[in-house]
Write a protein that binds this ligand. Sequence first.
Ligand code: NAD
Length: 483
Amino acid sequence: MTTENIDRVSVDFTGPYKLSIGGRLVETNQTFDVFNPATNEVLAQAPEGSAEQMEEAIAAAKAAFPAWAAMDADERGALIETYADALEAHKDELITLLTLEQGKPRHSMATGEVEAAIFWVREVAKRRLPVEVIEDTDDHVVEIHHTPLGVVGAITPWNFPVLLGLWKVAPCLVTGNTMVMKPSPYTPLTTLRFGEIAQQIFPAGVLNIVSGGNELGAQMTEHPAIAKISFTGSTATGKKVMASGSSNLKRITLELGGNDAAIVLADADWEPIVETLFWAAFGNSGQWCIASKRVYVHSSIHADFVKAFVEYAKSVKVGDGMDPETGLGPIQNKMQYEKLQSLFDDVKANGYKVPLGGTIDTSLAGNFVPVTIVDNPPEDSRIVKEEPFGPILPIIAFDDVEEVIAKANDSEFGLAGSVWGRDRDAAIAVAKRLETGTVWVNEIHIHGIDIPFGGHKQSGMGVENGAEGLAEFTNTKTYMFHK
Ligand code: NAD
């Protein structure tokens, strides 16, 4: 492990870390360990917010709401841009802290995540939902306005804590809402830091951060003073959020799991795709909702594709994210590492062909899992049907386009997918039949401030980003005036 990157930012990453409640940085009676997944050593103590502190945070957000909602939208936008500047000033610190608590490589994925998040905050600050005039006649006016909801509860996962957290903060605040955010207990530190930074900029209570256990999430979803829950996490927890949020008919946005298919058609110019699809599948060590989790390759090119894919994969180093040579970091936590162990055992027990990887070396200190490729496992195998959320990928041969479309759609998930082929129209025709919220043709993982993103089927409800994503932080209010 190199220390060169840590020295550059001269910050003590052991803390102390504090909650942000009502504009104050608050200590807790209890703390919990946060581990560095590359070493499994304790990185820092995180504050364990109590139920009373969650109540205080919700009350602070509620008290801050009227003045924040009444503020001119451009004034709110200017404060959010100032927040982007402040985050920029702390960029190196956030990147290193992200690598230390999440595991992703500092020089690539962690830098990319923090930079993208800051860009998002800065750009979303400029977005508005204009008043729409539906009718304006001699005697009658009909207008559609978007009014803020009130207090939004945000609950985030451990795979992209900075980006997915700030994806919620910026649109929530720009539309005039206030927020209480609860990060994953596995990766609370970066969120607590961006919360602290926010307290220097926003009025007290506009953005509150409370870290702690899952029960705090449940407290939020049940709470009558919270108007909306914006949740990113697993489908299983998403269902609980929806059930408990029904108590006061909360608005709910759910960004959940996926099992994305990538379909490489017979005419694809496949050689240059190998590297792209490798990173689409293995980036962030596969801990990615929109990772390509099943690659279907036409049988005429399947064997050559697998060979080239394995060759490329061998060139990527798995290791500590602080090492500049590392391409893929560890699995973020032991719970996920053990789930992967069970999936690896299943692949072994069934004797599937494994041209690369296949065995987890449990003697290593960190949660390291080798890049693993499973060649042509059966369609009903666990590795094809489940979301592995780790660096293991099935590459499956197909003969017929109708057959592969049916297989791609035979999933409870419907997050995203991709189709690759020289004949663009033929590839688009396949893409149009995929039952997913996003589909890419001859490209992958393009996101944008103005591009809505969300899952179909059990991959979610509603969208983030785009005008539609902003609108989900508002009520539609129809005004009618008799002239
Ligand atoms: P998770 O569902 O275990 O946890 C997510 C968050 O929910 C955490 O903050 C957790 O503390 C909280 N939580 C747990 N129980 C709760 C409850 N009963 N009520 C309210 N909150 C509760 O998910 P995870 O393991 O952190 O994340 C991995 C999952 O997230 C994967 O399935 C992945 O595909 C999905 N994900 C989806 C997207 C997307 O945009 N669609 C993005 C990233 C991750």
